[in-house]
Write a protein that binds this ligand. Structure first.
Ligand code: ATP
Length: 367
């Protein structure tokens, strides 16, 4: 019997609403497996917590995240809650969690689910690729550093290491081995996205990528420049399977990826390291729709499915893996029936109606 301790961080804005929907789905899915249980413990952290206490991510919460088997996080940040320097607390907290849990790779699936219409007219073969974003280095290594000289010059420095690049590239190839290949022809292929024609750091990233590729001869490998990639993602998205790239490039292209598969409400993510995993939707706190009960919880629910998949792989636990699959299949059934279409997807379902529909799709599968 596996019992997983999950640290739950609902956060701000629509965070608590999409988290409540997701907890409902998690509690329902574990009921389907005799050998699976979860212990969900909720912690206060984020912008509202900063407003009350002056701390966004208390040390005790970070420690609880370290001790948990996985972390589920909804969304952090409120535009009117600012630090004395005028910036929001969200970057501090996310970089703190990434560094504190050593989450070296961010996994961002861009998948067009049945029942969702892409804004592209080039998606006939389907869209199903995954962006692997290096999560600790690149331009974000400069976060909290950087240099400003008077009123005339400011710099931030990009950092690429062999170890960090190897880790994210290895994750990309391992992921490609588990996937079915790109939608256009089923070929398993990892694409390195860089700017190796201009920057030494990027030429180095590409060099390490091909070193790792040589250790995975069963998976095809190619490299392309990031500017061209933003064109190809729009013109020919079905030609991609797994994309791996530097931190800032991944930050930008994953929003573009979300845009072509229905928007941020359909974009889950996993941030993983050798020990820890944190799972959260790609969207922010959407304060303008918070408290109305209309937020789309599917990105959060699909992030929970990724959590079960990661736990299953890490612990060799087929029940956890199956729980992740069950959630994704239930989401597919809900979308196909139209019951889980919230306003951002052209429907009128409420957040709680989506949770109910996903839960009943789970139950009907098990029956
Ligand atoms: P952040 O800077 O924290 O990433 P943001 O302001 O850039 O946040 P979001 O908060 O993600 O971005 O919101 C961007 C837009 O997408 C908003 O118009 C919001 O209403 C919409 N949106 C985001 N997530 C959802 C969701 N789960 N359901 C419905 N609409 C959403």
């Amino acid at each position: 019997m596996s019992n997983y301790r999950i640290a739950v961080l609902p956060g701000d804005g629509i965070g608590p609403e999409v988290m409540a929907a997701t907890v409902q789905v998690i509690e329902a899915v574990v009921e389907l497996f005799d050998g699976l249980s979860v212990e969900l413990t909720s912690y206060a952290a984020g912008a509202a917590h900063y407003r009350e206490t002056g701390v966004a991510l208390p040390d005790s919460v970070l420690q609880s995240c370290r001790e948990a088997d996985a972390v589920l996080l909804a969304a952090i940040g409120l535009p009117d809650v600012r630090k004395p320097d005028g910036t929001e607390v969200q970057p501090d907290m996310m970089v703190g969690l990434r560094r504190g849990l050593n989450l070296h790779s961010a996994v961002r699936p861009c998948k067009l689910y049945p029942g969702i219409k892409s804004c592209l007219n080039t998606a006939d073969d389907g869209i199903d690729f995954v962006i692997l974003r290096e999560n600790l280095e690149g331009l974000f290594a400069s976060y909290g550093g950087g240099c400003r000289v008077g009123d005339s010059v400011a710099t931030d420095t990009i950092v690429i290491t062999r170890e960090g690049t190897r880790k994210v590239c290895e994750y990309a190839f391992r992921l490609a081995e588990r996937r079915k290949g790109r939608p256009s022809d089923g070929r398993r292929i990892v694409t390195c996205v860089d700017k190796a024609n201009i920057f030494r750091s990027m030429a180095f990233f590409r060099e390490v990528f091909f070193d790792v590729a040589a250790e995975h001869p069963d998976i095809a490998a190619e490299a392309t420049y990031v500017d061209a990639m933003s064109l190809y993602m729009v013109q020919n998205p079905s030609a991609y399977d797994v994309l791996v790239m530097e931190n800032q490039f991944g930050d930008i292209l994953s929003d573009l990826g979300a845009g072509i598969v229905g928007g941020l409400g359909m974009a889950p993510s996993a941030e993983v390291g050798d020990e820890h995993g944190l799972f959260q939707p790609s969207h922010g706190t959407a304060p303008q729709i918070a408290g109305k009960g209309i937020a789309n919880p599917l990105a959060m629910i699909l992030s929970a499915a990724m959590m079960f998949d990661w736990l299953g792989e890490k612990h060799g636990d087929s029940d956890a893996t199956a729980a992740g699959e069950q959630i994704e299949q239930a989401v597919c059934r809900g979308l196909a029936s139209g019951e889980t279409l919230t306003g951002d997807l052209g429907g009128s379902a409420s957040t709680s109606a989506v949770a109910d529909a996903v839960v009943s799709a789970l139950e009907s599968k098990a029956a």
